[in-house]
Design a binder for this molecule. Structure first.
Ligand SMILES: C[C@@]1(CC(=O)O)C2=NC(=C\c3[nH]c(c(CCC(=O)O)c3CC(=O)O)Cc3[nH]c(c(CC(=O)O)c3CCC(=O)O)/C=C3\N/C(=C\2)[C@@H](CCC(=O)O)[C@]3(C)CC(=O)O)/[C@H]1CCC(=O)O
Ligand SMILES: NC(=O)c1ccc[n+]([C@@H]2O[C@H](COP(=O)([O-])OP(=O)(O)OC[C@H]3O[C@@H](n4cnc5c(N)ncnc54)[C@H](O)[C@@H]3O)[C@@H](O)[C@H]2O)c1
Length: 213
């Protein structure tokens, strides 16, 4: 079985090409825009949402059929038309140029898959079934959404703040490790869920001050 290498890619300001303008293209465009990518859509027909994003200047719309020249300067490519011969041509053009390509109707031809994702601030949990069952990936995402509620966003912010402070103040790596594990294993998540902010402050103080030089 082929193992997939999971990475989180920074797309802000990067040019991404989406070939096709249907429901699948719309989902891919939506997630690319969320990550700050610069998006080009090439497609004769597009969904109302893609049209609206284009009208708002959020993406560049080329309202015509795909041409190889559309690949100029792009970082990632999504072949999402309903015509397999077009998707195949895009794939071949990308492989010839060493570009990463995602092909909507051909998992074997993809050199990356888009996972199902939940986000809580900086926390991202991504699920892939390696193309075996996107419906299961979406179901697991919904289960995780219940388990990891909105309180995780606040928790992430607290952890990031405390961590940068600890990295400044505590030089001993073993002490740092203890503070961080004390915090993540604490009951702060439950306290945040119940909005018991005074207790949260108390927990942070306990974890942190005990080790402060
Ligand atoms: C996760 C998600 C991300 C996203 O697209 O944003 C995603 N598909 C999602 C939904 C979804 N896709 C499909 C259904 C209908 C039910 C079903 O068929 O199962 C549903 C469910 C729904 O609509 O709820 C149909 C489908 N999908 C692919 C094919 C082609 C094929 O298999 O041949 C067909 C058949 C088309 C046909 O029937 O002709 C292929 C791919 N879809 C992937 C990702 C990649 C593998 C991900 C993994 O590793 O698991 C991969 C390989 C390529 C790619 O697209 O990256 C997103 C869920 C987001 C969320 O809700 O959280
Ligand atoms: N990967 C996934 O998550 C997933 C999910 C469902 C379906 N699919 C597959 O993805 C394909 C697309 O699905 P859809 O629902 O978005 O289809 P759709 O019919 O809604 O849209 C197809 C789009 O392709 C455009 N198009 C056609 N020829 C083109 C060309 N030469 N150049 C540029 N654009 C062109 C059309 O204008 C249209 O906007 C389907 O064939 C299906 O097999 C994939």
């Amino acid at each position: 079985m082929e193992m997939l290498y999971p990475i989180f890619v920074k797309l802000a300001g990067r040019l991404c090409l989406v070939v096709g303008g249907g429901q699948v293209a719309e989902r891919k465009v939506g997630s690319l825009l969320e990550c700050g990518a610069r998006v080009i859509v090439v497609s004769p027909e597009v969904t109302p949402a893609i049209k609206e994003w284009a009208d708002q200047g959020k993406l560049e719309l080329r309202r015509r059929a795909y041409h190889t020249s559309d690949l100029a300067g792009v970082f990632l490519v999504f072949a999402a038309t309903n015509r397999s011969e077009i998707n195949r041509q895009v794939t071949e053009d990308c492989l010839a140029r060493n570009l990463a390509v995602n092909v909507a109707d051909d998992p074997d031809a993809c050199n990356f898959y888009v996972p199902s994702v939940i986000r809580r601030g900086k926390l991202a949990i991504a699920v892939s079934t390696g193309g075996a069952s996107p419906a299961l990936a979406a179901r697991i995402r919904r289960l995780l959404e219940r388990q990891f509620g909105p309180e995780y966003q606040e928790f992430m912010e607290i952890l990031a703040d405390v961590r940068s402070q600890v990295l400044q103040d505590v030089t001993d790596i073993e002490q740092r490790r203890k503070i961080f594990s004390h915090l993540v294993e604490s009951d702060i998540i439950e306290l945040l869920r119940n909005k018991e902010y005074d207790q949260v402050k108390e927990r942070i103080k306990n974890a942190y001050c005990g080790y402060r030089r």
